[in-house]
Design a protein around this ligand. Structure first.
Ligand code: GLA
Length: 389
């Protein structure tokens, strides 16, 4: 929902009304975790929680930003984008790297990116694994696209936003989050092949709701853990190439080949690769389950995916494990798993709509009893991708 008071805040900050309102949703991932940087298959959905951005053009090639939720502002010159400094020469605060990085990336691609005043706010909780940073990038890219009067293919725009993470912020993320925020389809997950860049909507079986449970633990991907996981996958590819010289990524390794050669890998790359190879297969199976409306199989794949992230990829936490375990005794739950990069954040639960309220209540109580902490648990809907409102 468009946050109340957003345009008033813009007006107060800049003494003029905004020229446009851009919206870019966060995402959950139903299956296919940590496979997008291995040319794998993913199954995310854009959610009905978004970043909202009011913007107006400026003639002076400056970017003036107000981050409403942080009560922070910064001004910078487009000429200083490369140095990542503000107008007074100080390093940009970390939150400003995302909008500045978008300007940098779009300009590098030769697109028109003019000066801009912008105020933005996020319904997507920060650092909760629901892609708040991708939503911020996509909101800014969408605003600049509208103000600049240019149009690029949605996947191309997602790639330009991914570059912000990889080359400006310094996190080696894949393409899933930016893709989902741009290409979301109402009531559908998105079956996305991160190698061919082809995708199709995958129907969420009727009568099921998406329930997100936020463990309350926060993390930042800028830490080394995420990049370490990626490095381990690359190490595995490197080692497997001795036996399978044709492979480009873990996507190219079949389960049979992995079974034959995994003993030659060191323990860590072996565990990471096993997760990736089997997770890609799970996504394939999940798509056909969704197309058949087979909720039990879909749910079982989600639980299996969580188990693999816990034991092989080692990105879950005791809190996320507790949230998933609790669902096994609650009514209406078809499947549950951690979602996003992990190290804290949220789980995604596929729940019978008719039992969603009882489920949510039970999960909150169970989590409080088990951990002493409150979990935010809410119903969400798969939504359309970014837009100018
Ligand atoms: C983060 C990254 C994505 C993806 C997930 C894990 O959300 O931004 O590209 O790698 O982690 O699946």
């Amino acid at each position: 929902m468009i946050p109340a008071g957003l345009s008033e805040t813009f007006q107060r900050a800049f003494n003029r009304p905004p020229a446009l309102l851009a919206r870019a949703p966060g995402r959950v991932n139903l299956l296919g975790e940590h496979v997008d940087y291995n040319e794998g298959l993913v199954l995310p959905a854009a959610i009905d929680r978004a970043v909202y951005l009011n913007a107006a053009p400026l003639d002076d090639d400056c970017l003036r930003l107000v981050a409403i939720d942080l009560d922070a502002q910064v001004s910078l010159r487009m000429a200083d984008l490369e140095q990542k400094i503000d107008a007074s020469g100080k390093p940009l605060p970390s939150w400003a790297l995302y909008p500045a990085g978008v300007a940098w990336s779009l300009r590098q691609a030769g697109l028109k990116v003019g000066g801009m005043q912008a105020a933005f706010t996020s319904e997507v909780p920060i650092g909760a694994g629901l892609s708040s940073s991708a939503a911020i990038e996509v909101a800014f890219a969408t605003a600049w696209q509208a103000l600049g009067g240019w149009q690029v293919d949605p996947i191309e725009l997602a790639l330009l936003c991914q570059r912000v993470e990889n080359a400006y912020v310094g996190v080696s993320t894949g393409l899933m989050d930016q893709f989902a925020s741009i290409c979301g389809v109402e009531d559908h997950a998105l079956y996305f092949d991160t190698r061919s860049l082809e995708w199709q909507p995958a129907p969420i079986p009727e009568g099921l709701s998406l329930v997100i449970a936020d463990s309350g633990q926060r993390r930042s991907l800028a830490g080394s853990e995420y990049n370490d996981r990626r490095a381990a996958c690359e190490q595995a590819v490197e080692a497997l190439r001795r036996y399978l010289p044709g492979i480009h990524s873990l996507r190219d390794v079949s389960s049979t080949e992995f079974a034959a050669y995994s003993t030659y890998l060191d323990e860590i790359p072996r565990k990471r690769a096993e997760h990736v190879i089997k997770e890609i297969q799970r996504v394939r199976t999940a798509l056909s389950a969704m197309q058949r409306g087979d909720r039990q199989s879909l749910g079982a794949l989600m639980y299996a995916g969580h188990n693999s992230l816990r034991t092989l990829y080692e990105v879950s936490t005791p809190e996320l494990d507790t949230l998933v375990e609790l669902t096994r005794k609650l009514p209406g739950c078809v499947g549950a798993r951690m979602t996003g990069a992990g190290f804290g954040g949220c789980t995604i639960n596929l729940v019978e709509t008719s039992q969603a309220e009882v489920f949510i209540d039970g999960l909150k109580r169970g989590y409080l009893a088990a951990t002493g902490n409150h979990a935010q648990v809410y119903l969400c809907r798969a939504s359309r991708g970014a837009s100018i409102e």
